[in-house]
Design a protein around this ligand. Structure first.
Ligand code: 2AM
Length: 557
């Protein structure tokens, strides 16, 4: 009807006065993707409640825009010793400074994610909550500080916050959604029992390392993942560790205990429900409420912070029970000092395109001696020795949204993954092969010895021969007198590395966060200065741009 200017306007008779759909922003600061996933879930729930809603990464929000948001939910995790997630650091700094705008029209609520075993538990959540109020915002639901098992807290928080926001800003009724009968959905709340098809030791005899390759079946689970995602495994504690624990506490293993209104025997609870190893300040505090040991009380005094830290280092809950025995402790009270056994995340080592119905992991098995005891990593030894091939382990997928192969198949990838950091890059190469991607691929791998620790050696050599892997640089640190690391190989190849980056290469790092990833980051900056002729500041800006463009991606732990 274009151009029919003389047409009589149709009579429009609205059934009721139109209600504007209120908008709701879920602002998140994420390191490993948990806050981001929760933000996505909150947006879904908000939409169902009649809001127009979107999730916004702190990395992408201009501070000045904050005052325009009327309904604001914040989900932010705390990293390490009370730090913001790397991608949220700039926003956090500006938000805490006097550059932050007044917020007269903002209703808000905050959920903090953290880990009670760190001292500055949920510091980011607390800071955001207090600062939003100080800037004039109106808190419509209490902040929640959640530990690593955040599901219940999240459910409570987002329901309460949405309800309060809805009461403050009546939303239009949502369109009723069609509800087809859904098949069982496996998730964090309801993990899938995945059968272990195969376990292979990757290190040769005589190695100091114990790295295992695991293949699980996802057949019938409906679980989907992409190369770059992680698999969470819900472990059980080791039988000997549990028995030792029960004997030390002098309790009846068959006696009943209650956890979240479910009854277990003490042995069951200690085996499959509780984190019976991780020692932390809150655990000691709760324990001492029962034990009331003068020496512990002294150690818990804020003036003895560093003594407490050095006590905790290398110790587990069993040491506490040994060294500070409580005169009398009930099974329920003992259970009450511990947190829920958290699932462990492993970077997936397979592409689902190359192995349909399967998921592979590369796991470093943790064993060491400390304070006169043999210690073992809970989940890595669970995977190494407590499930047999043909048995099942509970798993679920946790997406890592940005840690993916380049969307453009022609762009080059540079991958730095020493030790078990190799895992996602095996997945990436498989993925690119299946995609028929033509982009160049360069891998830096390192470990202690060429002969025993070259993980997936034949696979890499085949990929090199096929041309799928363009370049492979190896750093075996202990095969010569001087230590050689992946970042040394990067420096030796600085010219070419810089040329790849200039061609648009993605730069990926996976593995040890505390030292390797930091050293690799320093090497990257140095290479940019040297080969690009950049000043220190310009090199920093170059790296920031890489990060902003999501071309510098890290999966470090
Ligand atoms: P090292 O243990 O011989 O010192 C995988 O564990 C590999 O990473 C090993 O070869 C290990 O060497 C090496 N590695 C240790 N510290 C590192 C660092 N700061 N940067 C890079 N690689 C490191």
């Amino acid at each position: 009807r274009a151009g029919s200017g003389s047409a009589t306007p149709a009579t429009v008779a609205p059934a009721a006065a139109p209600v504007a759909t209120p908008e709701l922003t879920v602002l998140y600061g994420t390191e490993s993707g948990n806050s981001e996933s929760l933000a996505d879930l909150t947006v879904k729930a908000a939409k169902a409640a009649g809001f127009k809603s979107k999730a916004v990464n702190m990395a992408d929000l201009k501070l000045g825009k904050l005052k325009d948001i009327q309904n604001l939910l914040v989900i932010v995790s705390t990293w390490g010793e009370g730090d913001p997630p790397e991608t949220a650091a700039d926003f956090y700094e500006a938000f805490m400074s006097d550059k932050a705008p007044k917020l007269a029209d903002t209703r808000f609520s905050v959920m903090g994610l953290g880990d009670t075993s760190y001292e500055d538990f949920c510091k980011m959540g607390k800071d955001f909550d207090a600062r939003l109020e100080a800037l004039g915002g109106k808190r419509i639901a209490d902040r929640v500080d959640a530990d690593v098992d955040y599901d219940d807290d999240f459910a409570k928080w987002h329901k309460a916050a949405l309800k309060a926001l809805k009461a403050a800003a009546p939303a239009s009724a949502p369109a009723p959604a069609a509800q087809p009968a859904a098949p069982i959905k496996y998730s964090r709340k309801n993990p899938f029992p995945a059968e272990l098809n195969e376990r292979v030791m990757l290190n040769g005899e005589g190695s100091a390392k114990e790295t295992i390759h695991l293949e699980f079946s996802l057949e019938g689970s409906g679980l989907e993942y992409q190369a770059g995602d992680a698999l969470a495994v819900v472990p059980h504690n080791a039988e000997d560790v549990v028995e030792d624990f029960i004997q030390t506490a002098r309790l009846d293993p068959e006696g009943p205990v209650l956890i979240k209104e479910r009854e277990f025997t003490l042995r069951e609870a200690l085996t499959s429900q509780l984190d019976i190893t991780s020692l932390s300040m809150p655990v000691i505090k709760r324990y001492n409420e029962i034990a009331k040991d003068p020496k512990l009380t002294e150690l818990l005094d804020p003036s003895n912070k560093s003594e407490l830290q050095s006590y905790i280092y290398g110790r587990e809950i069993i040491d506490l029970l040994h060294e500070f025995p409580a005169k009398e402790i009930s099974a329920d009270a003992l259970v009450g000092i511990m947190r829920k056994l958290p699932p462990r995340l492993y970077s997936i080592a397979s592409s689902p395109k190359a192995h349909p119905g399967e998921v592979h992991l590369t796991v470093g098995v943790v064993r060491y001696d400390a304070h006169g005891r043999n210690r073992k990593g809970v989940c890595s030894t669970y995977l190494a020795e407590r499930i047999a091939e043909g048995e099942k382990a509970d798993v679920f997928v946790t997406p890592n949204k940005h840690f993916k192969v380049p969307a453009d198949n022609d762009l080059p990838m540079i991958m730095v993954g020493p030790g078990t950091g190799i895992a996602p890059f095996r997945a990436f190469i498989e993925e690119r092969k299946e995609l028929g991607a033509k982009g160049d691929n360069w891998l830096f791998f390192g470990d202690q010895h060429y002969l025993t620790d070259f993980l997936y050696q034949t696979e890499w050599q085949d990929y090199l021969a096929d041309g799928i892997l363009t370049k492979l640089d190896l750093a075996f640190s202990r095969d010569q007198k001087e230590k050689v690391y992946v970042q040394d190989r990067m420096r030796e190849n600085s010219k070419e590395l810089y040329a790849w980056l200039e061609k648009g290469a993605y730069f990926y790092v996976c593995g040890d966060a505390s030292r390797m990833a930091t050293d690799v980051d320093v090497a990257l900056h140095d290479i940019l200065q040297q080969e690009g002729g950049l000043s220190e500041d310009d090199a920093k800006a170059y790296v920031k741009k890489l990060k902003d463009d999501k071309r510098y991606l890290r999966d470090v732990y």
